[in-house]
Write a new protein. Structure first.
Length: 105
């Protein structure tokens, strides 16, 4: 059996060359569009961050040095080397930790 010769790009009809380019461009466009859609879905479907409390009431004389938060609580480190754990829903102090061996400024 003899193999049919494969035509070069120079011997292809003009409309077939146009069709080949069109298919290549559309394939590239579809790939780029799919990547953009996936990226947007990943960005939009990330869980929302926990909002910061509007106001934190510290005990008298305490000054905040540091702040951290979790899903249902937030903590404030004071200049008196205390860690105050607050309930996120009520804003009340849950626990207080005194840091031993630390010196106050």
């Amino acid at each position: 059996m003899m193999d049919a010769p494969t035509p070069d790009n120079d011997t292809l009809p003009a409309n077939l060359k146009f069709l080949r380019r069109l298919v290549t461009i559309l394939t590239g466009t579809m790939i780029v569009g799919l990547v953009v859609v996936i990226a947007l879905l990943v960005i939009r479907l990330q869980p929302a961050s926990v909002p910061l409390p509007n106001e934190i009431t510290l005990p008298d004389g305490a000054t905040a040095v540091s702040f951290t938060q979790a899903q249902d609580w937030y903590a404030v480190v004071t200049d008196a080397n205390e860690i105050l754990i607050f309930d996120r829903m009520t804003g009340d102090i849950r626990q207080t930790f005194q840091i031993e061996g630390a010196t106050s400024n």
